[in-house]
Design a protein around this ligand. Structure first.
Ligand code: ADP
Ligand code: NI
Length: 219
């Protein structure tokens, strides 16, 4: 099939919009759309290949391991199957699949290096959507979806040092802030990512302070 890059991006956006419509775990189409926009904004400043950036942003949650029995290969596999139908060149397909495979946070003590600038832009955009006001909303949506407690003072946060331990975790949602969300600002790849993350980080700190004060009847 001979398609322009614009055609491919439009078909891909339509496909993902249909696939993720109705999701209530924080991985809905609007998450993808926000990551797509933010990744393009960051990518422009970094002179990244915007076709790769956009394909990876649009396809990054096509089959998340969290919803496929922990299978880390499900995402890259589904992305490749989708891209194959357009006759996209193999290096581009490989690049997009590598980005999707390396994107996820895997625990406080686990490094998640991203080799290319395109991957770095998408990783920053995905992580920005996990923090700040939207990130707080998504964390509680995910926790509710999984039937988790909102907070339990008797269950302390765990700094996971392996992806296996992180995957198995089923603690209260408030712990997720200490196990992941508050760590993201120091793991940004780009300067724009760092700037945006700093502001969102402050907002989460204020939220946590207020939440715990209310919990303890102090405010
Ligand atoms: P990642 O690719 O790093 O796994 P995603 O884009 O898939 O990130 O989004 C993960 C979203 O799900 C985030 O908003 C995150 O807060 C939420 N989430 C993941 N695990 C938990 C958890 N244990 N408790 C609460 N929210 C979670
Ligand atoms: Ni995502």
């Amino acid at each position: 099939m001979n398609c322009t890059q614009e055609d491919i991006l439009e078909s891909t956006a339509d496909h993902i919009r249909n696939l993720l419509a109705g999701d209530s775990s924080g991985h809905d189409w609007h998450h993808i759309e926000r990551v797509w926009k933010t990744a393009v904004t960051i990518g422009r400043g970094e002179s990244a290949d915007l076709f790769v950036v956009q394909l990876a942003a649009l396809l990054h949650d096509i089959a998340d391991w969290k919803f496929h029995g922990g299978d880390e290969e499900a995402g890259p596999r589904a992305a490749r199957a989708w891209m194959d139908r357009f006759g996209i060149d193999e290096p581009t397909i490989e690049h997009v699949c590598d980005i999707i495979a390396s994107l996820s946070f895997k625990g406080a003590g686990v490094a998640t290096p991203m080799c290319t600038i395109e991957g770095q832009c998408v990783q920053d955009a995905d992580r920005l959507d996990a923090i700040g006001a939207v990130g707080i909303g998504r964390a509680f949506a995910y926790g509710g979806h999984k039937g988790r407690a909102m907070y339990d003072p008797a269950v302390p946060p765990t700094p996971h040092d392996s992806f296996g331990a992180y995957k198995k975790n089923a603690g209260p949602t408030l712990n997720h802030f200490y196990e992941k969300l508050l760590l993201l600002k120091d793991r940004m790849n780009t300067s724009v990512g760092r700037q945006l993350a700093a502001e969102r980080h402050r907002f989460m700190e204020q939220f946590l302070e207020q939440f715990l004060a209310e919990w303890n009847g102090q405010r």
